[in-house]
Design a binder for this molecule. Structure first.
Ligand code: ATP
Ligand code: MG
Length: 150
């Protein structure tokens, strides 16, 4: 599908965040600057609003690899694995060690081969215009038919 603007991205992210619960995992796939962190920011801020909390800053975990957010009963782990070179380095991060208790949002997930039950893969590409993006979705488990909902 075509995302026409940042406002449109926000609408889509609302539909996603309304369905998010601990145990879910989102893979964000696409080139540098295509909008993976921007989408994550919308998801987290929408969850905060839905749960009656104030929205917070959502920065890119480029250098830290991970930022965590507690949103009432939800715990979000936002990863950016761009700098990882080997799958072995994933072990040190303890990624997925508590995945049924958290929501994992992962930019640059290429090295991850762990099979996951409730996974939503979002592929982003640049579009014709500046603020336009192409989005493709592949869902597993509870996200299997989600494509038809947005
Ligand atoms: N429709 C859109 N969807 C997403 N981002 C958009 C859109 N239109 C414009 N943008 C802009 O594109 C930029 C996306 O940057 P962002 O940091 O989110 O990319 P990224 O994919 O996380 O990059 P990186 O691979 O470096 O982590 C932002 O400046 C954002 O405002
Ligand atoms: Mg990013």
């Amino acid at each position: 599908m075509i995302i026409k603007s940042l406002e449109h991205l926000n609408q889509i992210s609302k539909t996603i965040s309304e369905n998010l619960e601990n145990g879910d995992c989102i893979f964000l796939i696409g080139e540098i600057g295509v909008g993976k962190t921007t989408l994550t920011r919308h998801l987290i801020n929408n969850l905060q609003t839905q749960k009656g909390l104030k929205v917070t800053e959502v920065l890119s975990p480029t250098f830290n690899l991970l930022y965590e957010y507690e949103i009432k009963d939800l715990k979000i782990m936002h990863y950016d694995l761009y700098r990882l070179k080997k799958a072995k380095e994933l072990d040190h991060l303890g990624i997925f060690s508590e995945n049924e208790k958290t929501i994992q949002i992962i930019e640059w997930p290429d090295l991850i081969k762990t099979p996951l039950i409730n996974k939503l893969e979002i592929h982003l590409e640049y579009g014709k215009n500046d603020n336009e993006r192409k989005m493709k979705i592949r869902g597993l488990g509870k996200w299997k038919d989600f494509e038809n909902e947005i």
